[in-house]
Design a protein around this ligand. Sequence first.
Ligand SMILES: Cc1cc2nc3c(=O)[nH]c(=O)nc-3n(C[C@H](O)[C@H](O)[C@H](O)COP(=O)(O)O)c2cc1C
Length: 173
Amino acid sequence: MTEKPFLYVVVCAAGVASDVGELIARAQERGWEVGVIATPLAMNGFFDAAAVEARTGRPIRSAWRSPGDPRPFPAPDAVVVAPATFNTVNKWAAGIADTLALGTLCEAAGLGVPVAVLPCVAGALASHPAYRDSLTRLRGMGVRFGDPYAGEARPDGGRPEFGWQRALDLLRD
Ligand SMILES: Cc1cc2nc3c(=O)[nH]c(=O)nc-3n(C[C@H](O)[C@H](O)[C@H](O)COP(=O)(O)O)c2cc1C
């Protein structure tokens, strides 16, 4: 039996992270084995960690391993960042690796694997010049971005779809 390709799903502390199970399920349907890496803040109640671990069959990674410990996940065949916050996008573009999620992202482009990002950033933050520069820099590294998503409620109180599957489509484009 051939091994399934391994997908890292990096989850940041944005409200829509509560639905990340949707992305994991769709990825598994498409034949990916999934390991989740969450920012420390995302672990602070932004999604149901127990449900994600049950779905992936692996512990969520958020902290660095100890030097003598084995790598808990195999090397990635692809990386998805969804939802991606303003904070993580800017730190990643600046080459800051002070969380496991950021260290993983900083390394990913250099590994030559496809990296797809679904940002969830409110319009007011997205207009910050540092954010625009970050997108330009990351695109220049070959990182693939989904459409901007602000996460803001419509007048009827509903929210537009986040479009999780787009991340998986971007890996194939
Ligand atoms: C309920 C809640 C929802 C949030 N949603 C977003 C969001 O959609 N996008 C964003 O960029 N930041 C959002 N934030 C702010 C981030 O959590 C904050 O910038 C944090 O530093 C991001 O950390 P991380 O990038 O390490 O996950 C939200 C914060 C809270 C408390």
